[in-house]
Design a protein around this ligand. Structure first.
Ligand code: SAM
Length: 664
């Protein structure tokens, strides 16, 4: 599936500050009473305050909305949530939007609501001009998440994996937006609803009422807001038959205990711990090295290199959403400044024809300038502060961060306990929980939920040996910064990368070696890295040509054969192959038997060299799997990164039993 370009909302401002859509010829809200109308229609008629007051600790509630618009409904719901929901409960707000507001317009539209000012500021603190795809946000210390499905809801809602408790059926008036108010929407709403889910909408149009009734909702006409005579509200009475879903991508049974052990304290492990801790889970992080981020996540400077394809294959769409989530997390968790998040921009240089074609393909797709801009060599030189001889793409919001600093910050949470210098050699399931054993067979810790975030070592356990993971050695070179080289203001990337100075050093990378897996730096790879500098900036290359590196560091990236990460629950491979053997003969079969999960066992790994981009959203995805929350990715992407994909592929190709079992 391709990611279409997105058009922004085309607002005109009536009476100075009231947003009006010229595309739909309708208002977003009434300036005088918009907030009160939201409360009347959507909050009161979904009975939110009373339902929220009754929630038990650890529970979550999911609202889904058609048409995010200015976010007024979201902010009003969040405000009510703060006032009525118990502390240890969680709100997930999922909203669709075909024409997102620019950040400037959103700021202007929300400025009217002074009583929502604190919440608007938190939203605006993370909201940038949006690109197509799904955009995930986490607010209020993790108690409120927002997932915006950017695109037409007839494309996005079929990809949503969620169980909705309440619907805000918004959107411009049916007469102004007839394409949206269709039976297919009501049907999909019913499919996505939990039993007893409620719905409210400002309209009382007969077609809408009949459509919702036909989809299984019992609907009532009630008094509308202000001068509007009537509106509709209702509840799902008749859950529809669900379409067949592949059991190997279904959700495993959820554990009642909200505690987990994470193996590995790199970016994947720390991001997962952070996401779970923000949801009230108790997390123990176990790391074999003496410090967190001591392996592949230990480079002094990590860059946010958002490499996209103009054809939008799954990897590119995943990266696009994950990159923007990482930016939000970095802005939220780290302050600007030395050792912190440096949003200095990233220049991707088009140093050959193929790369220039890729970049032109992306530049012609109407991305917001705050996301990416095409620049010529002169503009690139001005941005970089050093001479650049190629055109490129500039990502103004990107930059670099120290991954170990980020990892430590992510673990700074009272719900997280970290145990370093603790190597897990084996896993044993005792019928109710996983025991983590050391080399001697002693139990180090036990939990019903274990998430292995151990890069390629994730596959060292008998339960995960079937996962296809490969280590690739990479070396970075440390170069001494001086007055001349310190003019470099942005990160430069092509086949390699170089970063602006940090604590008197530039970091230049990186080699890719498949032939050796030791961690000793080599002179040869330093030379290779210096060679890469030639295509990044001939000026810097000349400058450093006679300079001896003042250090180097080697790490092992972990990749899967399709370069996508592995995120989610883990199957028992033998039971899977036996149970669904029929697929080996006929891949079109739709078996319904539940998949044989290894109870409570999950992985988050194979981030390659882009862990800074992919790990934070992966942490949110893991937390969503574990908590039965709406997934922050479209279904096709959550399946593209699912650990079950390789076993399925082997089975369907018919070589499962031999190749799979020989690996055990
Ligand atoms: N809930 C909004 C708020 O709190 O500000 C107001 C919603 S506004 C009246 C309607 C929104 O629905 C617009 O932002 C519009 O772009 C969006 N919309 C209309 N048709 C859509 C569709 N087919 N898919 C997704 N969004 C759509």
């Amino acid at each position: 599936m391709s990611a279409p370009t997105v058009e922004s909302a085309d607002l005109v401002w009536m009476e100075g500050d009231q947003p009006f859509s010229s595309r739909f010829d309708d208002v977003y809200f009434s300036r005088d009473s918009g907030l009160e109308e939201t409360r009347h229609v959507f909050l009161t008629h979904n009975r939110l305050a009373e339902r929220w007051r009754a929630m038990a600790a650890g529970e979550h509630f999911c609202i889904a909305e058609t048409g995010f618009g200015t976010g007024l409904n979201f902010l009003a719901a969040w405000q009510l949530w703060q006032a009525s929901a118990p502390d240890d409960t969680y709100l997930h707000f999922v909203s669709t939007e075909k024409y997102p507001l620019t950040r400037t317009d959103l700021q202007r539209a929300l400025a009217i609501w002074s009583e929502l000012a604190d919440l608007s500021a938190e939203l605006l603190g993370q909201y940038q001009d949006l690109t197509p795809g799904w955009q995930h946000f986490s607010f209020a210390g993790g108690r409120v998440t927002l997932t915006l499905l950017i695109g037409d809801l007839f494309d996005t809602l079929p990809e949503l994996d969620a169980a909705v408790d309440a619907w805000f059926l918004d959107g411009f008036a049916p007469a102004r937006n007839p394409d949206m108010w269709q039976p297919a929407l009501y049907q999909r709403m019913a499919e996505l609803s939990r039993p007893g889910a409620t719905v409210a909408t400002f309209t009382s149009v007969g077609d809408v009422r009949r459509g919702l009734i036909a989809a299984g909702f019992e609907m009532r006409k009630v008094k509308g807001f202000g001068r509007k005579r009537e509106m509709l509200c209702g509840q799902l009475q008749q859950p529809p038959a669900q379409p067949w879903r592949a059991p190997w991508y279904a959700r495993p049974e959820r554990s009642d205990k909200r505690s987990a052990i994470i193996i590995g304290a790199g970016l994947a492990g720390c991001s997962t711990a952070h996401a779970l801790a923000r949801r009230g889970w108790q997390v123990q992080v176990i790391e074999r090295l003496p410090d967190v981020a001591g392996a592949a996540s230990g480079n002094p400077q990590g860059i946010l290199y958002c490499k996209l394809s103009p054809h939008h294959p799954p990897l590119s769409r995943f990266i696009q959403s994950a990159y923007q989530y990482s930016l939000r997390l970095l802005q939220r968790e780290l302050k600007q400044g030395e050792g912190r998040w440096h949003a200095c921009g990233v220049l991707q240089l088009g140093t050959d024809d193929k790369e220039q074609r890729r970049q032109q393909g992306l530049a012609s797709q109407g991305y917001p300038a705050s996301f990416l801009q095409a620049v010529d060599a002169r503009q690139a030189s001005a941005l970089a502060g050093v001479e650049i001889s190629s055109p490129g793409l500039f990502f103004p919001a990107g930059g670099w961060v120290s991954p170990p600093t980020l990892c430590r910050q992510l673990l700074e949470h009272p719900n997280i306990e970290v145990r370093t210098t603790t190597a897990v050699a084996d896993l044993r399931y005792d019928g109710s929980q996983w025991q983590l054993l050391n080399e001697q067979g002693d139990c180090l810790a036990a939990s019903g939920t274990v998430i292995i975030c151990g890069a390629h070592e994730t596959a060292r356990f008998s339960q995960t040996r079937h996962l296809s993971l490969k280590p690739i050695r990479g070396q970075i070179t440390h170069l001494p910064a001086d007055a001349h080289s310190s003019r470099l203001k942005t990160v430069l990337c092509a086949d390699g990368y170089v970063s602006p100075a940090r604590q008197g050093e530039h970091h230049l990378g990186a080699s890719f070696r498949f032939d050796r897996l030791d961690l000793t730096p080599s002179k040869e790879e330093n030379r290779h890295n210096l060679q890469l500098l030639q295509s990044l900036s001939p000026e810097l290359h000349r400058h450093f040509s006679a300079t001896a590196p003042q250090g180097a560091r080697v790490g092992l990236r972990c990749t899967a054969p399709d370069y996508l990460p592995l995120l989610g629950p883990v199957l028992d491979p033998d039971a899977f192959l036996d149970q669904y053997a029929v697929l080996g003969k006929d891949a079109s079969q739709q078996p319904t038997a539940p998949a044989p999960w290894q109870p409570g066992l999950y992985v988050n790994t194979a981030h390659g060299s882009r862990g800074l981009i992919s790990a934070p959203l992966s942490g949110e995805l893991l937390a969503a799997w574990l908590g039965d929350e709406p997934l922050p990715l479209p279904r096709d992407l959550s399946q593209a990164v699912h650990p079950s994909r390789f076993l399925l592929c082997q089975l369907v190709r018919g070589n499962a039993s031999s190749s799979q079992r020989s690996k055990q």
